[in-house]
Write a protein that binds this ligand. Structure first.
Ligand code: 13P
Ligand code: SF4
Length: 299
């Protein structure tokens, strides 16, 4: 199957972009593995005619918005991020009416129709910089309230979360007692977590970073360093592969994003062969959403 995928990629001038949470075998056949920000950039840079996007819906939509001339395929259309569904367009419009002078920063984990209403998009890698780069003193921020907490700590602006209870189920289930237990078992380990984790977990961590930020930080440490990793467990595959001289332990081994695991070698081969399912964003929504994504890339 790997040979078949490699041959189809050559024949069709296709590349595979994979998020850091993908299954190991999917990471291994990808041209590039990264976080949301890196994947958006890579999708813009590639000369390939077809991009097979192994990530969740909002990431593939972002790639399609930035590449109207390329065919973006998502091997399994069931790869839908539950957090991106939590922000209702009506709630966002109501917030905009309530705070007419505020600017809207939306996490990239949103649907294209929400992005079309944003002033700027952010990812976990740049949320603090983006919020601080806004000209208004009030920033409406959604949908992840944990990322809103992380951004609020680094700014004098008022960050107003919308909705009140936006969260990632896979990260939200990592609780303080998981960190404490992991620290008891590995007292010398550094704690490194994703900003989608709850505030109590963020506050106890040595580092908070995006998925690729976590990889960079771990690689910079001395050989033999131990790390407790607070994110979706797919990242451990990449960490162990790229930093074999360090030791990695998940803070919670049930932190799994089932939607991220839907892409397999079988459905990737099928997508390449049939050139579908194609990710489509209506042009009027794509044009508005692109403006907010490009503002982020400029910042
Ligand atoms: P990163 O941009 O840090 O890879 O995060 C994406 C995501 O969905 C985390 O749950
Ligand atoms: Fe969405 Fe959470 Fe999965 Fe990331 S880990 S794609 S935020 S559900």
């Amino acid at each position: 199957m790997i040979e078949e995928i490699e041959q189809l990629k050559r024949e069709k001038n296709a590349v595979i972009l994979a998020h850091n949470y993908q299954r190991g075998e999917v990471q291994d056949i990808a041209e590039f593995v990264g976080d949301s920000l890196e994947l958006a950039r890579k999708a813009m840079e590639t000369n390939a005619e077809i991009v097979v996007f192994c990530g969740v819906d909002f990431m593939a939509e972002t790639a399609a918005i930035l590449n109207p001339d390329k065919k973006v395929l998502i091997p399994d259309t069931g790869a839908i991020c539950p957090m991106a569904q939590q922000l209702r367009v009506e709630d966002l419009k109501a917030m905009k009416r309530k705070y007419p002078d505020a600017e809207v920063v939306l996490y990239v984990n949103t649907l294209a129709e929400s992005k079309a209403l944003a002033d700027c998009i952010c990812t976990s890698a740049n949320a603090r910089e983006v919020v601080n780069a806004m000209s208004s003193s009030i920033v409406i921020f959604g949908p992840d309230r944990n990322l809103a907490y992380y951004a609020q700590k680094a700014t004098d602006k008022t960050v107003i979360p919308v909705p009140q209870h936006g969260l990632c189920p896979s990260h939200h289930q990592i609780v303080l007692s998981d960190v404490q237990k992991a620290k008891e078992a590995h007292p010398d380990a550094k704690v490194i977590v994703h900003p989608e984790c709850i505030p109590e977990v963020q506050d106890i961590a040595d580092y908070i970073a995006s998925t690729s930020g976590m990889v960079r930080i771990c690689k910079e440490h001395e050989p033999g360093t131990e790390f407790l990793i607070g994110t979706e467990i797919g990242l451990l595959y990449r960490l162990k592969k790229e930093a074999p001289d360090k030791k990695f332990y998940p803070i919670s081994d049930t932190a799994v994003c089932p939607q991220m695991k839907m892409h397999t070698l079988a459905n990737i081969a099928r997508a390449l062969e049939r050139e579908e399912p194609v990710v489509r964003v209506p042009p009027e929504i794509a044009t508005k959403a692109r403006r907010a994504i490009e503002r982020m890339l400029t910042i």
